[in-house]
Design a protein around this ligand. Structure first.
Ligand SMILES: [Zn+2]
Length: 336
């Protein structure tokens, strides 16, 4: 048996020097390590030997097997380095799959909102995120010292000359300054308020503002546009409710609520047992706002609405904490 092993080793060393490519290497591997190789049959016949001989031959055979494996591995590596390998690189194999990114749920929700309003004739408008007090407050009928400013505490820049916009409503003013009616726009974008982060507040969030101005625009037009939006976004069975409210730049103003999408209006923890969920604010454009942009309030009327994108996404996808949107947690993001 030991002679047999010596013979195998010599034969292997003689033939290994001639290896020039991967194909020959593989043939050699099969010849010396394969199921029908001489070495394998030595290992298989160990059981027939007496114990002392079995230990000795077994050790030698396993050592030889290891030597052959290591030598073949060395040759494989050197062939690979030389680029002599013809079969180890198969250019016809499919490539590694590239993992594609996907849209963030906020981006996706903004796009869904745009896709609903576009066929209704609304164009997308954008404006700067760093605004002046004039566009963010004054021209929207928030006079200095008006208590409604308190709800929108902002980040001031340059001693109050500029601020990070607290709402996307300034885009209304910028568009009306440059365009004559009829106007139909939606303005999506980021807004900032000095809020401490918790499950429902974030110092940065997103809004979509809507504005329509023309002759003969009525509250019924607002209701029609919003009910089309709500039904496309949340489903045909959803009911809407307008509750009187206050915004400086609309009169009359309303908070729009939808029947709870979790309980269907019966009352549950999500809707605070009321059966209703507030989704957006809306109203008819205040005549004072038209005066700031030199529109004749006797000739033109309009409606405006604004919604929080995070709020819409949280309701639609059942997300309970706004902070999840900004934590870059792939386990969360991969669900969308
Ligand atoms: Zn509910």
């Amino acid at each position: 048996m030991l002679n047999e092993l010596e013979k195998i080793k010599k034969e292997f060393l003689d033939s290994v020097e001639a290896i020039k490519d991967s194909k020959a290497l593989e043939e050699l591997r099969i010849k010396f390590l394969g199921r029908k190789s001489a070495l394998t049959s030595v290992l298989r016949s160990l059981g027939k030997l007496v114990q002392e001989e079995r230990i000795l031959v077994g050790q030698k055979a396993n050592t030889l097997r290891k030597e052959i494996e290591e030598r073949l591995e060395q040759i494989k590596n050197s062939l690979y380095k030389k680029g002599a390998s013809k079969i180890s690189t198969d250019y016809t194999l499919p490539g590694f799959p590239l993992s594609l990114g996907r849209e963030h749920p906020i981006t996706k929700t903004i796009q869904e909102i745009i896709d609903i309003f576009s066929p209704l004739g609304f164009q997308v408008a954008t404006g700067p995120e760093i605004e002046t007090d004039y566009y963010n407050f004054e021209a929207l009928n928030f006079p200095p010292d008006h208590p409604a400013r308190d709800e929108q505490d902002s980040f001031q820049i340059d001693g109050g000359k500029y601020l990070l916009r607290t709402q996307t409503s300034p885009v209304q003013i910028r568009v009306m300054e440059k365009t004559k009616p009829p106007i139909r726009i939606i303005a999506p974008g980021a807004c900032y308020r000095r809020d401490n982060p918790d499950a429902s507040h974030s110092p940065m969030f997103h809004q979509v503002e809507g504005l329509a101005v023309d002759t003969d625009i009525h509250f019924t037009d607002l209701k029609g546009v919003l009910s089309e939006f709500i039904h496309q976004m949340f489903g045909k069975e959803i009911r809407m409710r307008f509750v009187p409210s206050f915004f400086p730049f609309t009169e009359p103003s309303a908070e729009v609520a939808i029947s709870c999408i979790i309980c269907g209006g019966k009352g549950c923890p999500t809707c605070g047992k009321s059966g209703w969920l507030e989704v957006l604010g809306a109203g008819m454009v205040h005549p004072n706002v038209f005066k700031y942009v030199n529109y004749d309030p006797k000739k033109y009327t309009g409606f405006a609405f604004g919604m929080g994108v995070e709020r819409i996404a949280m309701l639609k996808y059942g997300i309970h904490d706004i902070r999840l949107f900004y934590q870059n947690n792939l386990q969360f993001l991969n669900q969308f």
